[in-house]
Design a protein around this ligand. Sequence first.
Ligand code: KIV
Length: 269
Amino acid sequence: MSTQKPVRRITAPQINRRKGADPIVSLTSYHAHTAAIVDKYADFILVGDSLGMVMHGMESTVGVSLELMIMHGKAVVRGTSRALVVVDMPFGTYEESPSVAFRNAARVMKETQCGAVKLEGGARMAETIRFLTERGIPVMAHIGLTPQSVNVMGGFKTQGRDEDSWASHEEDARAVAEAGAFALVVEGMVEPLAARITKKISIPTIGIGASAECDGQILVLEDMLGLNPTPPKFVKVYGNLGGQIEAAVKAYSDEVKDRSFPSENEVYR
Ligand code: KIV
């Protein structure tokens, strides 16, 4: 018998059943302390590969490794008890074949104890999504602006500006839903197309720079907290963490310099 307290987390099937119901709240988080705060409000927390840019100063997500995702995934799982934790599969760890994807996704699930993985791509990833879900790995899909493809897209560009491309985006959404994805991130897509996809498919859509009509929304935590000096245009910034950190660092620096920093007795009372 296990002596561990049972953790009742939201599950991937529960998120899947929220289609057309209560809006799904989600944010990214990459570390234990912020995850513990987000856990109180979010239905799922994404350990996104955006951590390569946000936490590690990379220019894109292409350089993120599986080990890095596992390290941050473990931290977020440890810091939380309620939300579903979804970990991103980084570039190069799932595209080659369904069996390579399974080996790497199983490693992510085992080592982090997360509840699901996310991967980028539409119709071309449908076979892999089916392979993983049939073998016990819940998959969140991701279409529209897929940052891991930045080098073929030629930049982070809003998708669907040309109405002729709508059919292929709709086919991507249909294919991943049909393959068994439990939810679908729709990133950087013109509003009417994202709304149309949301109406047409059977799984919840999670918008980011897409449409308020999506079944849920996700933002990168550091963007919405005001920690990123150049957030994407679509982001509503809810905090001023960058300013608050700077003010605190300056106050500390001033105290150290003018020798008004509290003595050990005052600090450790
Ligand atoms: O990596 C990430 O943070 C993401 C979200 C932007 C959806 O994929």
